[in-house]
Design a protein around this ligand. Sequence first.
Ligand code: ZN
Length: 228
Amino acid sequence: MNAAQSLLHLLLPATCHACGSVLVGNERLLCLDCQLALAGSPMPAAGGNPTELLMYGRTGCKAAASAMRFTQQSTVQRVVHAMKFHGSAELCVAMGRDLGGTLLASGRFDTVEALVPVPLHWTRRLRRGYNQSLLLCQGIAQVMPRTIEDSVLRRARATAQQSLRSGSQREANVTAAFTVRHARRLEGRHVLLVDDVVTTGSTLAACVDALSTIPGITISIATLCIAI
Ligand SMILES: [Zn+2]
């Protein structure tokens, strides 16, 4: 930290992106309490984990996993909220590194060749300033070096915020919302589809439907957390 940064830090102390408490010592982005809370909500990445059970029957994906359990009023929920609505781009990348660590440790995603973020419609990306799933991919790539392909899968139309809808509404909301272009970039490759939260799985299933039109593609799925 240089002198100017130190002064700024003194005047405007950095706060935890999840709980808002002032960060001390070596804490970065999240306070120690929140880091411990996240570490206390892990999900298994072994075969038959809840994300895989949710997605496998619907998509025939090769493997699927999430790093954390998402519950209401939890630290995980506050982190996801900060990622989506508080402009915490750096936090998205840090969480991507955590997710990458989970995937790497499982040994089940070693043959993945490319990372594909679930796209936002451009109007929402413009409002938010970034796509949190793309930033998650950048974090994953820091621990699991793979190319990121974010130009193939497109969100063809803006859909209403999924979190405000019921299960059947979500399904209808995302149907045919995704299209594919430059398909040859992913032909014959094993891709990892990445999103922040999986709830009903309808968004991911719609993405898999679109990607499945690409010849020879193999699809796995990773999300930062699963709401169960
Ligand atoms: Zn905190």
